[in-house]
Design a protein around this ligand. Structure first.
Ligand code: NGQ
Ligand code: ZN
Length: 441
């Protein structure tokens, strides 16, 4: 609860999946669950197809392996994924997210062409989210160029490319399709400043039919910062704030390489820094300047991005551990009001994740979506825990997942660690993985 843990809490949830009433110290009738109920997290950054190549790029492919050599392998893989493959992979991924305690996902979707229209790949994502029962912020991505200044797409990027008109049409189609959905929302995304020329970015912001969140990859790699400087004389974040009206509707994904002025710019704008610590580590991006950013009350959220890990625990743990290793100190992500690192990070991400996804959740208060998880109080990692350390233990104690039940907009999707469709979804996933095996062989 906003004020801390409370015992024997009863929630009424209405037909729209919103919390309509809260009673503490309840002892009456109702469906009863023992355990620690809290809001689930929104996963604010996902490329679902990459789940199928997780763990398959951990070998040297050149004498100087980097983000960019990883990207070449990723392109090879991306090129082979059909709409049917995508639905199966994303269904498995989204159910893994639910079991990890994520209640929604922002799908940063640029794998456009495939099937007989641009809609086919988007529809595969929408369908997968329904199969799993996760809430979805679908973010079709504008991707037009291979580098700053509108460099033409490379051959293996053609599949991602849309001109502005086709992109706006795709948004309009999807907007119609999602009009009456509670659990599926539409936002928009620019792949990066590398991939969207200045004019297109401006025009898109003017003409977009979408009012949801706007996401962009930014300043993830040093080479990107240097290329941007060469092209414009400005660093990526500086350039974005010079040219766009960046406010709390924006989610800046990664934002790894920031100077002090850029930290202040983002923190002051209310935009969300969309952090993906396990992927950022896996790709050798660098460390986000979390300490300084939080000192200026910057807002954050977490995503699993390339899905080499689908775990709230790992994202938050590594977010903090990166800072401890860098500053040679402990308990960095805290303030005067919240001295517990796990609780502090969990709450910050609930708050930022709700804004970045556009789902009005992340708190147990009347009117919020009932997007909840229940931790198992009898789990070996949680037995005998003082109230103020429950979330710390969830995040910083071992490798067992204590997420026992998960509810999305008032509907149970995981009960007693099980998803109703998990055997069926896994069966199809295994068959698809068997076929895809040859791509990176
Ligand atoms: C992506 N992923 O679009 O999948 C990117 C890599 C790029 C991450 N940055 C490609 N983690 O940025 O050009
Ligand atoms: Zn990404």
């Amino acid at each position: 609860m906003p004020a801390g843990w409370s015992r024997n809490v009863a929630l009424d949830i209405n037909e729209s999946g919103l919390i309509s009433n809260i009673i503490s110290n309840y002892s009456g009738q109702g469906e009863h669950y023992a355990g620690y109920a809290m809001p689930g997290q929104n996963n604010i950054h996902s490329h679902a197809f990459q789940r199928a190549m997780a763990g398959l790029t951990e070998f040297t492919s050149s004498t100087n392996d980097s983000f960019w050599t990883w990207r070449d392998i990723m392109y090879r893989f991306a090129g082979q994924i059909s709409p049917a493959d995508l639905e199966v992979i994303a269904s498995q991924l989204y159910l893994e997210m639910l079991k990890a305690g994520y209640v929604s996902v922002c799908e940063f979707h640029y794998l456009h062409h495939g099937g007989n229209s641009n809609l086919a790949m988007s529809n595969a994502i929408l369908k997968a989210a329904k199969n799993a029962g996760i809430a979805l912020a679908h973010l079709p991505v504008l991707y037009m160029a291979s580098g700053f200044g509108g460099k033409p797409l490379m051959e293996d990027q053609l599949r991602f490319g849309l001109d502005l008109e086709s992109y706006l049409n795709l948004l309009s189609e999807l907007k119609k399709q999602l009009e009456n959905e509670i659990d599926q929302k539409l936002g928009m995304a620019f792949h990066s400043l590398r991939a969207v020329p200045e004019e297109a970015l401006k025009e898109c912001l003017l003409k977009s039919p979408v009012s949801g969140p706007i996401h962009i990859h930014i300043a993830e790699q040093l080479q990107e910062v240097n290329d941007c400087l060469t092209w414009s004389g400005r660093r990526p974040v500086e350039w974005l704030y010079d040219h766009g009206n960046v406010d709390k509707n924006w989610c800046l994904v990664h934002a790894t390489h920031l100077n002090d002025d850029e930290i202040t710019l983002i923190a002051g704008s209310g935009a969300i820094a969309g952090l993906c610590p396990t992927t950022e580590a896996n790709l050798g991006d660098g460390l986000f300047p979390l300490k300084k950013y939080l000192e200026q009350n910057g807002r954050i959220a977490i995503g699993s991005d390339s899905h080499i890990s689908v775990s709230i625990i790992e994202e938050l743990r590594w977010l903090e551990y990166g800072q401890r290793l860098k500053h040679n100190r402990r308990n960095i992500a805290v303030d005067e009001e919240e001295i517990h690192t796990g609780s502090y990070l969990y709450r910050k991400c609930l708050e930022g994740g709700s804004t970045a996804s556009g789902f009005d959740n992340g708190a147990i208060t009347v009117g919020k979506r009932a997007d909840l998880i229940i931790l198992d109080e009898s789990s070996p990692i949680l037995v005998g825990t003082p109230d103020n350390a429950i979330i710390d233990r969830f995040i910083f104690n071992g490798n067992q997942n204590p997420v026992r039940h998960v509810m999305v907009a008032g509907k149970w999707v995981v009960r007693d660690y099980k998803h109703a469709r998990e055997d069926e979804i896994f069966h199809e996933f295994a068959a698809t993985m068997g076929r895809l095996k040859k791509i990176l062989d």
